[in-house]
Design a protein around this ligand. Structure first.
Ligand SMILES: Nc1ncnc2c1ncn2[C@@H]1O[C@H](COP(=O)(O)OP(=O)(O)OP(=O)(O)O)[C@@H](O)[C@H]1O
Ligand SMILES: [Mg+2]
Length: 238
């Protein structure tokens, strides 16, 4: 079986600075795969390249068997790859509901869209309660929920989440992680970038540790969670 996403020797540079130096990994349908690693390791750069916002200088990206090399960003979304970016990027003056509708801009199946808006409200009841409110009035954690809900509105085959727990309280963070687990159980395939290695590895099928543009260690979530070097470097143990 071919993987849903295949990344092979991917290289990405900002001018002369190579931020991603030839990484390879795959994501199979139904899996949660996580990229963890220190600040500046190249995680966000990788996700931005996969969604077509940055052009690689080398390597291959295949999604559902098709090369994405020449595919523009908006077509990548329509192929089923959605991105909930770092720092949320919701539209603060628009209502919560209109933010969600924006996530469905490539769809024309109105009943399906209404059903998925309801699904977002089922996942995150607070969004339903505030649906007519400007999104900028939501707390940081609630905006994170909205960003995830909006990404789901495109009915992605692969959902990419960049630091969904960033800046959240422990309770909010647990809630976001529980939601990711729920999405996985519903069959959504997820590529998760997280600073919180413990939480990410606990729910991931596969994990990759990135350091300065390279993948330095790969394994199942459980293997990495119990790996001594990972525990020392990322889980704060000595
Ligand atoms: N627009 C840019 N121009 C130049 N360099 C950049 C740009 N964006 C990122 N970089 C550099 O590329 C490297 C990788 O950055 P990236 O944002 O991918 O890291 P990250 O793993 O997501 O880190 P963090 O955990 O802090 O979010 C860093 O050295 C960063 O300074
Ligand atoms: Mg980042």
């Amino acid at each position: 079986m071919t993987a849903l996403l295949e990344v092979e020797d991917l290289r990405v540079a900002y001018g002369k600075i190579e931020a991603v130096k030839g990484i390879s990994f795959t994501v199979d349908a139904g899996e949660v795969v996580t990229l963890i690693g220190t600040n500046g390791a190249g995680k966000t750069t990788t996700l931005r390249t996969l969604s077509g916002l940055l052009k690689p200088v080398g390597g291959q990206i295949r999604f559902r068997g098709k090369s994405l090399k020449k595919t523009p960003a908006h077509q990548i979304v329509s192929l089923g790859l959605a991105h909930s970016p770092e720092g949320r990027h919701i539209f603060p003056r628009m209502t919560i509901e209109d933010n969600l509708r924006l996530g469905a801009f490539l769809r024309s199946d109105r009943p399906g869209i209404e059903k998925d808006i309801q699904r977002a409200y089922d996942l995150f009841p607070i969004l339903g309660e505030r649906r007519k409110q400007a999104a900028g009035t939501l707390s940081g954690g609630e905006q994170q929920m909205l960003a995830m809900g909006r990404a789901l509105m495109s009915q992605p085959k692969l959902l990419m989440l960049d630091e969904p727990s960033m800046g959240l309280s422990p309770i909010m963070m647990q809630k976001i992680m529980a939601t990711i687990a729920e999405l996985k159980s519903q069959g959504t395939t997820i590529l998760l970038v997280e600073q919180n290695a413990q939480a990410a590895l606990s729910l991931a099928d596969q994990g990759h540790v990135m350091e300065t543009g390279n993948i330095v260690l790969s394994g199942s979530g459980q293997t990495l969670l119990h790996d001594e070097s990972v525990r020392k470097a990322y889980l704060g143990e000595d």
